[in-house]
Structure formats: C-alpha cells, structure tokens
Design a binder for this molecule. Structure first.
Ligand SMILES: Cc1cc2nc3c(=O)[nH]c(=O)nc-3n(C[C@H](O)[C@H](O)[C@H](O)COP(=O)(O)OP(=O)(O)OC[C@H]3O[C@@H](n4cnc5c(N)ncnc54)[C@H](O)[C@@H]3O)c2cc1C
Length: 324
C-alpha cells in the first residue's frame, strides 16, 4: 500500500543539513511509491526548498513564523502538530538530531503514538516496514515493526544514503501559517562558539584523541592529521574531562554519535561508552601504545605505538599523497 510520509528538514548556518536528504531517502522506502512531504520550519529562502525536491521530496511545506527562527521545544511542537493534523500522514521521519531527540517524543506522546528512535536502516518486507536500531550501546541491533498506527521514526545521521540529486525534479512548495502561543521559553539570541573547519557530525573523516594525547598541545598534532585528510577532530570523554579539549568534541554514549567513513582513534582505550558513539564508522584505525587496549577489538587496522611518533609520520605521508 502506498503511504504518505512527512519528513522534517533541518537547517544549519543557512544550509540544509545532509540528514534532511537522508530522511527523505528513508521516507521514500516507507512510502512505497506514495508521497513524501518535507516540512521546513523557520524563515526560509526559495533555493533551499528546491534542494529538498531535487533530493526526492514530492512536496514541500514552508512554515514561516518568527518564533520558529530559533528552535524552542514549544514552538516546534505546536507547529509540527498543526502540520500533522493538516496532512494526516501515515508516517513522520525526523533526523536523530538534538532538536528531534527533544521534540519527537513529545509529539509522539501528544499523538498517543509509538516512536522508533535512532534508526540506522530501513527496509520493506512485503507490506511491513522494518526499522533497525542499535541497542545496548551498539552491542546489538533490533528490527522493529510498527503493527498499527503512525510510522514515526528518528533517523541517525550518516547511515541511510541520500538519493542522487535530480535537478529535473519539480514539486509543489506551499507556505502555511501556524498559530504559536503560550510559549514557556523564548530564545532571544544564540551565541555560537566559533569553530573552524569540518563539522564533526557530518565529517567523513574523524581523527579522535583520548587521554593518551596528554594535553591541549597534543591535540594540535591531531588537528594537523585531520587537516591533511580534510576531516574533523573528535575526542573521548577522558580527554574532555582532562580539559585537553572542548566537550562539544566528545564522541560516545553521552557525546555525539558519529558514523564517518574513516575514524582514527589516537590514545583512546575503547571504553564501551566511547565505542557506543563510533562503532558504526565504516573503517576504524586505532593508534595505542597498549597492545591489549580494547579499542583494537573493534578496529579494522591497529597500530601499536606512541601516537606522538605515529601521527606525525602519517601527516607526512598523507601530505605527500596529496601532492601527487
Ligand atoms: C555514564 C557514563 C557515560 C560516559 N560517556 C562517555 C562518552 O560519551 N564518551 C567517552 O569517550 N567516554 C564516556 N565515558 C567515559 C568512559 O567510561 C571512559 O572513561 C573514557 O572513554 C576513557 O577515555 P580515554 O580512552 O581517552 O582514556 P583512558 O581510558 O585513560 O585511555 C587512554 C589510552 O591512551 C593510551 N595511551 C597513552 N599514552 C599514549 C601514547 N603516547 N600513544 C598512544 N596511546 C597512548 C593508553 O594505552 C590508553 O589505552 C562515560 C562514562 C560513564 C560512566
């Protein structure tokens, strides 16, 4: 049976995040030839909605409202509930991002529906839609099927490939007004930390450092490797707790969940809470001077050695490769 799926797009620094396209690709599978409607909340520009259609949305709904320019739980919840009531979809897909982790369970509660969170794969089995998600900190996976009611899911970034961009696609773009009232919080200003380089959550290559990096200075060596590879620098909580780097770089159960093509773990022991955030990386390289370190049990390639000797050698080699 064909289904109508609503996806919620996300913008960062004025641009659509890749997860917006990945949720559309996931929605296409669930829609089974039906309609995929992408919703964009905030204050939007025309070119941005075109991209949603080019990546597979059949229709785009723009909700422009001053209270949606900056994310708040109440405003987003109210706006999305009104769209859902209007569209009456068979499913709602959001990215498993900070905003959606906050708002999706509240919407599910209001709709008295279930919610499959942190989905990493989606497939059809006859008429059924199966959602795969990690459990026990990524040690196992479960496949969930929703027997009745809404197909409501949040999709983990970087796991479901977006469709090829097709510039010849066209679709309807409508603007809808929503009523937003009784806000319990109003965000007046967001002061962002200035970060340079590649965004960790969307990076294809991540060089991560742990307590073995030993200092803030040590992280500069990792930054050189990340720069040589066009990647981003991440960290274990051990390194963040030791004040070698900022908590915004923390990867793991209580940090960011990442799935790059290449993850290079330097001086990280491989505690289960760290592994929970990076074990789905496509290729894992571990550099650690302890041959018994747990990180080697999940690494595709292991280098037993002192990171302060190994990493500069890698930087040199990658720079040479880049020259040729
Ligand atoms: C509720 C909870 C949530 C948590 N959430 C997270 C989380 O989200 N992310 C996270 O990372 N952790 C998390 N932790 C912490 C986690 O349990 C570990 O303490 C932490 O990951 C350890 O960090 P580390 O591997 O950098 O440090 P360590 O365990 O101290 O390991 C350092 C490693 O560096 C190696 N090393 C030292 N010197 C060198 C050198 N010169 N060259 C090469 N290797 C060297 C050592 O052999 C060692 O293996 C959480 C813990 C709890 C209880």
């Amino acid at each position: 049976m064909m289904k109508k799926i609503v996806t919620v797009a996300e913008i960062k620094n004025g641009e659509l995040r890749n997860i917006s396209f990945e949720t559309i690709a996931a929605a296409k599978i669930a829609a089974n030839g039906g309609e995929v409607v992408s919703v964009l909340l905030g204050e939007q520009e025309k070119g941005i909605t075109d991209a949603l259609i080019q990546y597979g949305a059949d229709r785009v709904i723009i909700v422009n409202h001053p209270q949606l320019a900056l994310y708040t739980t109440d405003a987003y919840q109210q706006a999305l509930l009104q769209i859902i009531e209007l569209e009456n979809p068979d499913g709602i897909f959001m990215g498993h991002t900070g905003n959606a982790k906050d708002v999706a369970p509240r919407i599910a509660m209001k709709l008295q529906s279930g919610l499959v969170s942190d989905v990493i794969a989606i497939e059809k089995n006859g008429e059924d839609v199966l959602f795969t998600r990690p459990i026990y900190s990524g040690k196992a996976f479960e496949k969930k099927k929703i027997n009745n009611g809404l197909l409501f899911a949040t999709i983990r970034p970087n796991n479901i490939a977006s469709l090829e961009k097709d510039e010849s696609r066209s679709g309807e773009v409508t603007s809808i007004n929503v009523e937003i009232k009784d806000l319990r919080t109003i965000i007046k200003e967001v002061v962002r930390k200035t970060t340079s380089g590649v965004d960790l959550s969307e990076a294809k290559i991540i060089v991560s450092g742990g307590r073995g990096v030993k200092s803030k200075e040590g992280f500069k060596v990792l930054q050189e490797l990340a720069d040589a590879l066009g990647g981003a620098v991440g960290a274990s909580r051990g390194a963040c707790d030791a004040d070698y780097c900022d908590y915004s770089m923390q990867i793991g159960q209580t940090g960011k969940v990442v799935t790059p093509d290449l993850y290079i773990a330097c001086g990280i022991s491989g505690a289960i809470q760290h592994v929970a955030g990076m074990s789905n990386s496509k290729v894992i390289v571990a550099i650690n001077k302890d041959p018994e370190a747990n990180i080697f049990s999940i690494a595709d390639y292991g280098i037993v050695g002192d990171l302060f000797e190994v990493v500069p050698l890698l930087v040199e080699e990658f720079k040479l490769v880049a020259l040729h």
